[in-house]
Design a protein around this ligand. Structure first.
Ligand SMILES: [Zn+2]
Length: 333
């Protein structure tokens, strides 16, 4: 639909959209299962994985015309809660935060958008369209930061990290762990195709069976599927003093009280930690940018498996088996 030009109150920097990544959250919003329009409005502009080019930096210092930028998604709650007050909006306690393209603020799927300078992240111009991978990389960066902080509660020398799920988050997690110099294993249902190839190209090991059948105990597991069986198996499989970091959001499945007690007992007896992680703060946005800048560009490029024009947004929202990351491309880089 036609929308008015973005108003200057939405941010002093005017940006021309280059690309917007599509993820499961967008599909849920379109299906009416999640998401909130801005107060008093009936529509929400989708899109939270942005990449754009500055066409007018306004009065903000530090940005100039032509800069490639990505918009931070979450805004602190207005109260604010203690975490939002110190800039940890990803850890908001009262749930009153807002999010571009998800919760009460329009997203980035429009030809032009505005952003406040403090919520605009400059990306390495050499990354080009790969800058659209920054937002999913921030999710991974926070998750790994949490794992690292929890690991330091005792003497901890991690060697093996398992990533469950070889979607964009899982693959970016594998990349990030590899850049730390650790041994990486990735498990996914797919037995062939781009996912196993991308994992092997990182120098990581690919597994297509069940977590329960793995022949080693991972020091930490980054869970990116949200599938109940994979989560339960991960909690049982992780090594002593291990950490299972949940990043996938699933629904339903079979749960019994006995299974919960078994899972809890295995965590108690081995000092394991199960931690959920969502969103990211500004430090993690910055670090995610460093990760992308250090990564092999040809490897990153293979994560974007489909580019759709804005008028084909319906096709962009459909999930095809060979898809990893689908982006809607508004203009050339
Ligand atoms: Zn808050």
């Amino acid at each position: 639909m036609d929308m008015p030009e973005p108003d200057v109150h939405e941010g002093s920097i005017l940006v021309e959209a280059i690309a917007v990544g599509v993820c499961g959250t967008d599909v849920e919003i379109v299906e009416g299962k999640y998401g909130w329009a801005p107060p008093g409005q009936k529509h929400l502009i989708l899109g939270h994985e942005s990449l754009g080019r500055v066409i007018d930096p306004g009065s903000s210092g530090g940005f100039k015309k032509g800069d490639l930028v990505v918009g931070i998604v979450r805004r602190p709650d207005p109260v604010p809660c203690p975490n939002c007050a110190v800039g940890e909006w990803d850890m908001c306690r009262n749930g009153l935060y807002t999010e571009r393209g998800i919760k009460e603020i329009h997203g980035f799927m429009s030809e032009r958008w505005r952003i406040e300078p403090e919520y605009a992240i400059k990306v390495d111009p050499a990354l080009g369209i790969l800058g659209v991978l920054l937002e999913p990389t921030t999710v991974v960066t926070k998750a790994l930061e949490q794992v690292g902080m929890i690991g330091r509660r005792s003497y901890w020398e991690p060697r093996n990290i398992l990533v469950t799920g070889a979607g964009p988050i899982g693959l970016l997690a594998a990349l990030s762990v590899k850049l730390f110099g650790l041994e990486v294993h990735v498990l996914d249902r797919m037995e062939s195709g781009a996912k196993p190839e991308l994992v092997r190209a990182l120098g990581a090991t690919y597994h297509s069976g069940r977590v329960a059948d793995l022949k080693f105990e991972p020091d930490a597991i980054i869970e990116c599927t949200g599938v109940g069986q994979v989560i339960a198996d991960s909690i049982k499989k992780v090594g002593a003093n291990g950490i299972v970091c949940l990043t996938g959001v699933g629904h339903g499945g079979v749960v019994t009280s006995a299974a919960i007690a078994d899972v809890a007992a295995s965590a108690v007896l081995r000092n394991n930690v199960i931690v959920g992680s969502v969103n990211a703060n500004k430090r993690q946005w910055y670090r995610a940018g460093q990760t992308l800048a250090r990564a092999d560009r040809s490897w990153l490029a293979k994560l974007i498996t489909r580019r759709e024009k804005p008028e084909n947004f319906k096709s962009a929202l459909e999930r095809k088996p060979e898809d990893i990351k689908v982006v809607i491309q508004f203009s050339e880089v």
